[in-house]
Design a protein around this ligand. Sequence first.
Ligand code: GRG
Length: 296
Amino acid sequence: MDKDVKTILDERCAEIEKHLAAFTADKPELQGIVTEAMEYSLMAGGKRLRPILMLEFCRMCGGDFEKYYDLACTIEMIHTCSLIHDDLPCMDNDDFRRGKPSCHKAFPENIALLAGDALEVLPFEVISDAALNGVIDAKTGMMLISVLSKAIGVNGMIGGQVIDLQSEGKEISLDVLNTLQAYKTGALIEAACVMGVILSGKYERIGEAAAYASALGRAFQIIDDILDVTGSFEELGKPIGSDEDQNKTTYVSVLGLDRSYAEAQLLTEQALAILDGFEDSEFLHTLTAMLLSRRS
Ligand code: GRG
């Protein structure tokens, strides 16, 4: 690898943001407020981890990843939709996200809800148009849609959120917490990695990509739970302590801080071992290890 990881990360993030910005550049005269709300949340920063994973799995499997930035944006749109909806008063009722007022604080609540909805449906337009315009073939388009829609649905993020809402104020077992996590956070991370492999056409690597994502996704959620206790508003861009305030069972409340971190370390090692089976995985290796010590 000629460039260092930070430089590659910055370049990829900048390119992702350039492509993301283009999706909301046009503001229709009458309903442009919803596009403004979409843009507000999409362009509010964030690590852009999921599109980076998608592009990197494509690249590691021999795909021409530079053609697929628009498709990588689809996963960030779904992620941003989930953040907008998650922050709504009827969900977690959080006033800040990515260091700025949440979408429903910057815009009327009904517009924030619709901005989330618009960001949920736009990916399917982008993927199907990519197939219709010959950027990908029809089968690839259908495979991407299948993976992405399953990650969002009842056995994905929506299901995870339902379990989360129904668990508030109750003690849940580690097994239920693991299921909640796998759906709410893990499913989209897995979809990102698997969609990258699909774009490369190396379908035989889907299983390994999913196994890597499953380990990384859980480690990522554990660190998220740890940061909710040990982080700061400045680092996270949102108030800390929200899990405890909302009586949520988290890895920290079940395992404690030290055991949670040890578990995240173990899962990261498992993820890294899977990456060793991929050629030219140095960038993702370093990024995966960096996520264990992230502060944001
Ligand atoms: C309709 C897509 C859809 C979802 C509805 C609201 C909901 C169901 C699900 C919530 C999913 C959710 C918010 C999971 C939390 C995942 C998580 C750890 C988010 C933080 O991700 P980072 O750290 O955030 O990658 P940045 O800001 O860096 O992008």
